[in-house]
Design a binder for this molecule. Structure first.
Ligand code: COA
Length: 181
């Protein structure tokens, strides 16, 4: 059986490929954009030059050693996004996140990718619960999560590195039972 950190997830239009150092520059081209970073809880802005390779190396190492999983999202061989799954210590639950290149927004790719990551979490990782956070000002991402079956369960005030301040986030969740019904 392929270990989870080596598994490629395929959908009708996308391939989610485990991140590797070679993906660093393509990741940086997306993550360094303000319109991408502004609604995330992970991406700094300005994005340090060369940080894409550092991020890709770090996340590949993390995945190989039983930690969080990160995929680059490809269509027709081009990297158009990144998605990560952050596992709880007991590996029963996870939060996930994603960013997509602005030039592919509005085509349903984020929904297709999120649906595949959630299915992978329940079917291949055996998770009991999956969550995600969206900036309150980001209705597009909240809509993606709703389409994939997550429901909004509350709010959170958390640091937003790209903005350098605390920010209001909405929390979304789906349990295995909800997902299966
Ligand atoms: C949020 C993001 C991932 C959406 O990607 P995408 O590929 O355009 O998403 P999809 O096309 O799958 O779906 C977007 C949905 O949001 C809807 N939407 C778009 N803008 C909206 C808005 N301002 N208000 C409400 N809904 C909106 C779309 O109509 C679509 O829903 P529909 O299929 O019911 O019509 C993308 O804009 C992005 O990467 N943004 C920057 C990073 C980010 O915000 N990441 C998420 C962090 S939680």
């Amino acid at each position: 059986m392929i270990p989870p950190w080596e598994a490629t997830i395929a959908t009708p239009r996308l391939r989610l490929v485990p991140i590797a150092p070679v993906h660093g520059p393509a990741v940086e081209a997306i993550a360094s954009l303000w319109e991408v970073a502004r609604y995330t809880s992970e991406i700094p802005h300005p994005y340090p030059a060369g940080y894409g390779v550092q991020f890709a190396c770090g996340m590949a190492f993390e995945a190989r050693h039983g930690g969080d999983l990160t995929w680059v999202v490809q269509t027709a061989g081009e990297v158009i996004g990144v998605s990560s799954m952050f596992l709880s210590d007991d590996r029963r639950a996870a939060d996930f996140g994603y960013v997509y290149a602005p030039w592919v927004w509005g085509r349903g790719y984020a929904t297709e990718g999120a649906r595949a990551v959630v299915a992978f979490g329940f079917e291949s990782l055996g998770l009991d619960e999956i969550g995600a956070y969206t900036a309150m000002e980001n209705p597009a991402s909240a809509r993606v999560l709703a389409k994939v079956g997550l429901r909004r369960i509350g709010n959170l005030r958390e640091w937003a590195p790209a903005r350098g301040c605390f920010f209001n986030w909405a929390c979304h969740r789906v349990t295995r039972q909800e997902w299966e019904s």
